[in-house]
Design a protein around this ligand. Structure first.
Ligand code: FMN
Length: 158
C-alpha cells in the first residue's frame, strides 16, 4: 500500500477534527494547510460583504499565501485526502493556492468537507473543472457525529 496523506484547512476546528479521524482510520500522514495570515473572526464574517473571506471568494482570482508544504509530501503520496470547510458552498481559496503551488497531476485526491448544511457537490464540480489534471475521487461531507465506519464506507478501505 502506498503512502497517503490528509491535507486539511480549518479555522474553527470542525474540519480539523474530521481530518484527524480520517488520518486515524487510514493511517495517513496529517498535514495542515496554514494561511500565512490567520483568518480572524471578522475575516470569517460571511454576512459582512467587506470581510476578507467575502472578498477572496467573490473578487475573481485570489490566492492567499499559505505556509509552504514540502513538495515531497504530495509527490510521494498515492492517495490524498483534501479537507476544507465550505465557503459559499465551495472550497476556500487557500485550497486553490495549494493546488496551484504543487504538482497534483494524476494524483488521486479525495475531497472532504464540513459545512453548516451545504452538500459538497458544488465544491467538487468546481474543483474538477478548475483542476482537470487531478484524478478527483468522490467527495464526502462529514459532520461532527462521523464515525470511523463513515470513513471506511467512503474510502472503501474494507
Ligand atoms: C466565510 C464562511 C462561509 C461559509 N459558507 C457556508 C456555506 O455556503 N454553506 C454552509 O453550509 N456552511 C457555510 N459555512 C460554515 C462552515 O462551512 C462550517 O462552519 C465549517 O464546519 C467550518 O469549518 P472549520 O471549523 O474547519 O473552519 C461558512 C463559514 C464561513 C466562515
Amino acid at each position: 500500500m502506498g503512502h497517503s496523506v490528509v491535507l486539511y484547512f480549518s479555522n474553527t476546528g470542525h474540519t480539523e477534527a474530521v481530518a484527524k479521524n480520517i488520518a486515524a482510520v487510514t493511517g495517513a500522514q496529517l498535514v495542515a494547510i496554514t494561511p500565512q495570515q490567520a483568518y480572524t473572526a471578522a475575516d470569517l464574517d460571511w454576512n459582512d460583504h467587506t470581510s476578507r473571506s467575502y472578498h477572496e471568494m467573490h473578487a475573481g482570482r485570489v490566492r492567499p499565501t499559505i505556509q509552504p508544504i514540502e513538495a515531497g509530501i504530495v509527490a510521494r503520496a498515492t492517495t490524498i485526502y483534501l479537507g476544507f470547510p465550505l465557503w459559499w458552498a465551495t472550497a476556500p481559496r487557500p485550497i486553490d493556492t495549494l493546488l496551484d503551488s504543487l504538482d497534483f497531476t494524476d494524483k488521486v485526491v479525495w475531497p472532504f468537507c464540513t459545512s453548516g448544511s451545504s452538500p459538497i457537490d458544488e465544491a467538487t464540480s468546481q474543483l474538477r473543472r478548475d483542476y482537470p489534471a487531478v484524478a478527483w475521487h468522490t467527495g464526502q461531507r462529514f459532520t461532527s457525529q462521523m464515525t470511523g465506519d463513515d470513513v471506511r464506507d467512503w474510502s472503501q478501505l474494507i
